[in-house]
Design a protein around this ligand. Structure first.
Ligand SMILES: [Fe+2]
Length: 346
């Protein structure tokens, strides 16, 4: 059997492919011992806790792949502990299986409301427990991989920025400006998160642009500019396979479009340009204008606003969005950042 076939078969075998860790939470030691024995037999590593508070500490300490938790415990009960885990971005993807008594139908409703991923009834049926845990642990592994792919892309974006010292802090500033404008427009949390990530990832496609063009300390020739424009298509392809970047991908592809259709790569017009991309386009231009580059000095904020208004008069930018962005600064709500992108408050 070759390595790939072996890895595939072990991933599908009845034993977890690498030892997954389960946190067992129950105030009754007899139940903890029973579950621990069962899980050890299945090849899991096991941590234990006897109440909700200890469970939250154990999750932070042991990073389990799954939490198997009784609902009835003194102090912080299983529902509350589950709710706390599911409301924390750092732990919300850890599957939580609540252990309920057979007769308590209301517990399931409360559990669903608390964000539980599954339920199992006492006394444990070993086959049922094995099947539930295996599928949830496998799902957790997939989300871990997605998470990892996501952070690889993010590191890549910062690496690209590091190639060009003149744009130091550009990504951080764009993330801060775009999310501030999104917030001001009343966009929801998911949209703000997309704008924040878009700030970091919008130019990810520059990974495919040669240094002689990307780092040229002078204005680009027409041919070089054509190559540089390709960063939008390259970035789009890089994000393409990651579901977690589905809201960021339009920013990556379309942040250089203009409302009159004179932008790139697709020459989209008006509302056909996704809103997040329009926002990123405005803050990208603003940051480029207010930052010193090898071939030009930095403009003042006031001068940069004038330039944005000129772009509005050319029909390139949305007058409403630019006005809203200018108002952020007028109301002293524009994030202030130093040259490296760190936020400081006036
Ligand atoms: Fe760009």
């Amino acid at each position: 059997m070759d390595d790939i076939a072996h890895a595939r078969s072990s991933a599908l075998s009845s034993t977890p492919s690498s030892r997954a860790r389960v946190l067992v939470v129950d105030d009754l030691s007899g139940n903890v011992n029973l579950a621990t024995a069962l899980l050890h037999r299945e090849g899991y590593l096991v941590s234990t806790a006897t109440n909700g508070i200890d469970a939250l500490a154990a999750v932070a300490r042991d990073h389990p792949d799954l939490v198997l938790m009784d609902v009835r415990m003194p102090g912080l009960d299983g529902f509350e502990a589950c709710r706390a885990l599911k409301s924390d971005p750092a732990t919300r993807l850890i599957p939580v299986v609540l252990v309920t008594a057979l007769q308590d139908a209301d517990d399931r409703i409360r559990g669903i409301e608390a964000g539980a991923d599954d339920f199992i009834t006492k006394p444990f049926n070993a086959h049922e427990l094995r099947a539930r845990l295996r599928s949830l642990v496998r799902l957790k592994r997939y989300t871990d991989e997605l998470d990892t792919a996501d952070s690889v892309i993010l590191s890549l974006a910062l690496t690209i920025e590091a190639r060009d010292p003149s744009t130091d802090g550009h990504c951080q500033r764009l993330a801060a400006y775009a999310s501030a404008l999104g917030h001001d427009l009343g966009l929801d949390g998911e949209a703000i998160a997309a704008l924040q990530r878009g700030g970091f990832l919008h130019d990810i496609g520059k990974v495919g642009i040669p240094d002689r063009i990307l780092l040229k300390p002078a204005r680009l020739t027409a041919d070089e500019y054509e190559v540089m424009k390709g960063h939008t298509n390259i970035g789009d392809r890089l994000c393409g396979e990651l579901r977690s970047l589905r809201l960021v991908r339009p920013i990556v592809r379309h942040h250089h479009e203009r409302l009159d259709g004179s932008g790139y790569p697709d020459g989209l017009k008006g509302d056909a340009i996704p809103l997040f991309a329009q926002i990123m386009g405005i803050v990208d231009v603003f940051d480029a204008l207010t930052t010193e580059r090898p071939y030009k000095p930095a403009l003042s904020v006031a001068r940069a606003y004038e330039e944005l208004q000129i772009e509005v008069s050319h029909g390139w930018r949305s007058a409403d969005l630019v006005e809203q962005f200018v108002r952020l600064s007028a109301d002293n709500r524009l994030p202030r950042l130093d040259a490296r992108g760190a936020i400081w408050l006036a």
